[in-house]
Write a protein that binds this ligand. Structure first.
Ligand code: SER
Length: 320
């Protein structure tokens, strides 16, 4: 069997930082190349810079490393993307096209590219959003994710590229920070709580969004990529769920562990309108049916684990 050789784009981001480590554990650090637009500082990691618009360099890295799998994580997220719509479209779509073409032309056997709950929109049923349903995204990020899903499916149908994707909910973890998204508050809030600071939430306290703990999101990614090809029946992107909560509920969950924690609310109109256009909860039964997906963390379990890990991080910083 050919040894796997992995290329990750956007490896310095919220998911990339953690996924890189998981892929190193699985395939050996020597077989994983972590790339990002800027230099990344990950311990014991082979890194390189890669602008996903630079197809020539992408091709060179794939050929020289005899890459067998690409994890294409580089993208501009929902809130940040609205600042420069055409620029965002270009990065998100041309970056994906480069990955798809390089994979197709250079014998890459599998590609993972994430989609998102942002691919849905105001016409989508917001509760228990089905796998196949009207999707009318209203952010440039969401439009690019939905278009990316269709293109992934197209490359599968037309060229037989083994492409796999998940519609990630908001992802919460303690090892990395998100940037430019609408669900970011749910990560930053834990850091404030652990630093003994109060936190200003940029959404209304009743705005429910689908979320998932990083450990579950990484496991879902690895399980999807490991599943035998014939089990993958969805080539646009699988719905993926972990939990659903409102800001009021996450504040209460943190207060149960850190009673002195305080949160205030100051609505950011852009982020609020984006959140209101997205689902509140997701039906991920197709992922369960096809490749056995099952989340393990709920809000309480996640909160305990976040606090335990961040406590270590901040007490280490204090004593360092
Ligand atoms: N977490 C992303 C965002 O908020 C959604 O995919 O933009």
């Amino acid at each position: 069997m050919r040894k796997e050789s992995i290329l990750i784009t956007g490896a310095g981001g919220q998911i990339g930082t953690v996924l890189t480590k998981a892929l190193q554990e699985k395939h050996g650090a020597e077989n994983v190349l972590a790339t990002d637009l800027r230099e990344i500082d990950l311990p014991k990691t082979r890194t390189d810079t890669l602008n996903v618009l630079d197809k020539e360099k992408m091709t060179k890295l794939v050929v020289e490393n005899r890459v067998t799998q690409i994890y294409h994580l580089a993208a501009i997220l929902s809130a940040k993307g609205e600042e420069k719509p055409r620029f965002t479209w270009n990065i998100n779509m041309e970056g994906l096209f480069n990955v798809l073409d390089v994979a197709k032309d250079h014998d890459v056997s599998k590609v993972f590219h994430p989609s998102s709950i942002a691919a849905f929109g105001p016409d989508t049923p917001r509760e228990n959003t089905p796998q196949v349903t009207p999707a009318t995204p209203t952010t440039v990020y969401g439009i690019s994710k939905m278009a990316g899903e269709f293109w992934g499916n197209y490359y599968f149908l037309r060229y037989g590229l083994d492409i796999r994707s998940l519609r990630y909910p908001g992802i919460i973890g303690h090892r990395s920070l998100p940037g430019g998204g609408t669900t970011d508050y749910a990560v930053h809030i834990y850091h404030s709580a652990l630093k003994g600071e109060s936190f200003e939430v940029f959404l209304k306290e009743s705005t429910a969004l689908p979320m998932i703990y990083m450990d579950d999101a990484i496991r879902a990614t690895l399980e999807l990529m490991d599943a035998p090809k014939e089990k993958i029946k969805v080539r646009d992107a699988y719905n993926l769920a972990g939990m659903t909560f409102t800001p009021a509920e996450i504040v209460a969950a943190i207060k149960a562990e850190i009673p002195e924690f305080k949160a205030t609310y100051k609505v950011n109109p852009l982020r609020q309108s984006i959140a209101e256009s997205w689902p509140m909860s997701i039906d991920d039964s197709k992922a369960t049916e096809d490749w056995g997906w099952k989340p393990t963390y709920d809000l309480k379990g996640m909160t305990k684990d976040m606090i335990k890990n961040l406590r270590k991080k901040y007490s280490f910083k204090k004593s360092a």
